[in-house]
Design a protein around this ligand. Structure first.
Ligand code: TYD
Length: 132
C-alpha cells in the first residue's frame, strides 16, 4: 500500500524550530477543520474507522505513536515520530492509532467539517464498501 509521508521544511536556529503549513500549497485541500489528540493512554487504540470522503494530513508534532493503515488487502504500520512529517490520507482506508508516548500530540488537518455520516466505524462494513 502506498502512502505519502510528506516532509516539511524545519526553520531552525539556536533558539528552536518552526514548521509552517499552508493550505492549498503544502496541503492539497482547503483546511476546514483542525483537531488534536493528547493525553492518550499508551496502549489505547483510537481511530478504528475509515472515512468515505474526508482527506486529512496528520502530524505528530510532539512524541510518537503508530498509525496502522489497512486498505482491506494489506495492513501496515507507520511510526510517527518526526514533527515535520505529515501523513496524507485520502480515500477509504481503515486506520487505528496506538503505542502513544505519554507526551504524544496528534494534530489533524481535515478537508471537511465533522460529519458522523462520513465515518465507517464497522470493519465488516468497511470491507463491504471497498468491494463495491
Ligand atoms: P473520533 O473521531 O471517534 O476519535 P478517534 O478516531 O481519535 O478515536 O471522535 C471522538 C469523539 O469526538 C466523538 O464523540 C466525536 C467527537 N469529534 C467531534 O465532535 N469533532 C471532531 O472533529 C472529531 C474528530 C471528533
Amino acid at each position: 500500500m502506498e502512502y505519502l509521508l510528506k516532509p516539511f521544511t524545519i526553520f531552525g536556529d539556536a533558539t528552536g524550530s518552526l514548521i509552517a503549513i499552508e493550505a492549498l500549497k503544502d496541503i492539497p485541500f482547503e483546511i476546514k477543520r483542525v483537531y488534536y489528540v493528547y493525553g492518550t493512554a499508551e496502549h489505547a487504540v483510537r481511530g478504528r474507522h475509515a472515512h468515505r470522503e474526508l482527506e486529512q494530513v496528520i502530524f505528530c508534532p510532539i512524541g510518537s505513536c503508530d498509525f496502522i493503515l489497512d486498505n482491506g488487502k494489506e495492513r501496515l504500520t507507520v511510526t510517527m515520530n518526526e514533527p515535520n512529517k505529515g501523513l496524507y490520507l485520502k480515500g477509504n482506508i481503515w486506520r487505528e492509532f496506538t503505542n502513544f508516548s505519554t507526551d504524544c500530540v496528534v494534530m489533524v488537518l481535515a478537508s471537511r467539517h465533522y460529519d458522523e455520516s462520513d465515518y465507517i466505524r464497522n470493519y465488516d462494513q468497511f470491507l463491504k464498501e471497498i468491494s463495491q
